[in-house]
Each structure stands twice: as C-alpha cells, then as structure tokens.
Design a protein around this ligand. Structure first.
Ligand code: 13P
Length: 355
C-alpha cells in the first residue's frame, strides 16, 4: 500500500466542495427503479442510462468521484466504444466500484441483514484496480425496529466493513465505509441518533482493530432522521443539529471526509439538510461534510428520461442541476430558490448520446 497515494485520493474525493455520485445500483435494484417508471429492464437500457450519466456535460465541476457497479465498469459508450472508466476519468472524476455482494438475511437474527462479499475480495480488488478504479464502496444496512438492531448484527456488519476496508487499502483503493441506519420505520430522531452513534462507535473500533488508516478512507453514513413513518417529522435545522452532534461524538478527526447517502429522502431535502449542516457548523468541523447520493441526484433525471432517447438532454440537465445544488450545499450556498431557476442555464447544448 502506498499510504501517501491513498491519502491524496481520499482528499481529492472531498476536495473543492464536490461530492460523489453513486451510480452503483446492483442489477436488481436498478431494475426495480426502472420498473417503477415502466422503463425496460435490460442490460442495454441499464447501459444507456449509465451512458447518459457519464456523458452529462459539466458533471466534473460538481462531482469528484463516481461509484460504478461491476456490470457498468465493464461497459462502453455506444457510439465510439469509449470505456465508461475513461469517459469518467477524462471528465476529471475519480472512478470507484461497489464491491460488496449485497445484504442477506442474517442467520438467527430475524428482520436483520448482514452484507456479504469478503470471499475472493482481494482478487476482485486487484482486478478493479487494474481497470482504473481508485476507490471502493461496501454498504451495511442496519434496520431499526422493536428490539432491533441487535449487538450481533451491528458487530458482524462492522467487522465485515473493517475487513473490507483493510483489503481495499492493501490494494491501494480508498474504502468508502457505508454503515446505513435505514429510514424505514416509525422511530424518532432521538432513536436514530442513538442507533447511529452506537453503529459508528462499533465501526471505528473495528477499523482500529483491523489496522485501517483513517486518513485514507471516507465514511458514508446516513443523516440522523426520524423514521419515514414517524408521526413527528423534524425541521431541516433539527436534522442538521442531530446529525452533526452524533458525528462529532463518534467519528475521529483523522477521517478526511464524511459523504452522506440520501437513503430515500427527497432530492431537495437532502440538499437542504446538507446545506444546513455546513451553514451552522462548517467552521469548527474536523472533516469535510460532503455527499455521496444515488437517488437524490439520479431520481429526478430518471423520471424525465423514461428510457427515451428524445429525453436525454432534459434528463442530463436535471442531473447537472442536482449535482450543482449539492455542491452549493457543501458551500452553505444552497437555497430553495435554486430549485426555481431554469435548469437549462448552466449546461451547454450537446449532441445526444444514444438512449
Ligand atoms: P442513496 O443516496 O439512494 O441512499 O444511495 C446511496 C448508496 O450508495 C447506497 O449504497
């Protein structure tokens, strides 16, 4: 492992007020999002969607890194055969790769899941590194409900995250460590805060045990939110305060950046909450507070695209707009007014890629 390179890559991933674009949905997840909009679920349509994303003009102004899925990292642009990894790199975006094999039901722990994928990971990381990936992602999911999460679930997921992170650093890839406390459920903001703190403390204990260099990783946590079915929803500022309080208690200052997942929040709320954190706390935070959104960047564009080549330009404008809103949120410069500004202003007209 070249520690200086790892640290430099991690810093680049959160530099210049940019953030990460998660476009690493597994085929079943991508198909589910397509099906909800009546978009055909084939390898070619998934490729076309990813081509639309990676060819969005101006994306590199706002996005520092893009997380790909195994199918996507092997794909190319239709017209000229340019590999997506090259298209991304040429746009000034660092390519990354999802390397977990998904969350599976956990034995002996009803309603809880454990993320798999450690077997053979060393070899897969070497291959992805050869293909141009400079960072990786592994997602653990923690459900909140009656009697859950259990210590067993938290510890097993934290241990897997730490073993993955150590293997990534050995291979020269920056690990994005993603323990996601899920939004589903009727729990309160306070309960989410308590669970998130416990999860993060356990994850960092495991990262220490496995010898992971904190300066060469990125944490990708959930924001601290009330459950989606909780009758008491909270203000943007209350979410920002609870999230930062929780992170200050549990994330070491050596970590260069925290890049939130969006987790099912609306695109606008995710931007507004990130913005509030940076407005209220930026001057005394030890780490950058950034984004690593999938749905909160892609969803509005996907709804416009509908799988139709005629809609590519409009969808790219929407994608560019969300990326721009989130860079503004990192600067504490996002406002609801940005949502009313025409999304066509900041993006030059371009030739349409094939849908
Ligand atoms: P969402 O932003 O849609 O939660 O996705 C982030 C992610 O990468 C999940 O692993």
């Amino acid at each position: 492992m070249n520690a200086q390179e790892l640290i430099a890559t991690a810093k680049t991933m959160v530099a210049a007020d940019k953030g990460l674009l998660a476009m690493d949905e597994s085929n079943p997840t991508c198909n589910k999002r397509f099906a909800a909009l009546g978009i055909p679920q084939t390898v070619e349509v998934r490729r076309a969607w990813r081509e639309l994303i990676v060819t969005t003009p101006g994306l590199g102004e706002y996005i520092s890194g893009a997380i790909l899925y195994d199918e996507t990292i092997r794909q190319q642009k239709k017209k000229d055969g340019t590999p997506f990894v090259k298209a991304i790199t040429d746009a000034g975006i660092v390519p990354g790769i999802k390397v977990d094999a998904g969350a599976k039901d956990m034995a002996g722990h009803p309603r809880e899941r454990i993320t798999e994928g450690l077997d053979g990971l060393r070899d897969r990381l070497a291959e992805y590194s050869q293909m141009g990936a400079r960072f990786a992602k592994w997602r653990a999911v923690i459900a909140v409900g009656d009697g859950i999460p259990s210590r067993g679930c938290i510890e097993a997921n934290a241990h897997a995250l730490a073993r993955y992170a150590a293997l990534c650093q050995e291979a020269g890839l920056v690990p994005v460590v993603e323990p996601e406390v899920l939004m589903e459920g009727g729990h309160t903001l306070e309960r989410c805060c308590q669970v998130t703190e416990e999860v993060l403390r356990t994850v960092f204990n495991q990262l220490y045990s496995q010898g992971v260099r904190l300066e060469g990783m990125i944490l990708k946590p959930n924001m601290v939110l009330p459950g989606s079915a909780c009758p008491k929803q909270e203000t943007v500022d209350a979410v920002a305060d609870a999230t930062v309080k929780c992170l200050l208690r549990s994330v070491p200052a050596a970590v260069p950046g925290i890049a939130f997942l969006s987790g099912g929040q609306s695109a606008e709320l995710a931007s507004a909450r990130l913005n509030a954190m940076n407005v209220r706390f930026e001057s005394y935070l030890p780490w950058a507070l950034a984004f690593s959104f999938a749905r909160a960047i892609q969803q509005p564009a996907l709804e416009l695209w509908q799988g139709e080549s005629a809609n590519v330009l409009e969808a790219q404008q929407a994608l560019n707009h969300r990326a721009r809103c989130n860079r503004a949120a990192r600067r504490g410069e996002y406002s609801a007014g940005m949502e009313r500004v025409s999304t066509t202003r900041s993006i030059p007209a371009v030739a349409k890629p094939a849908a």
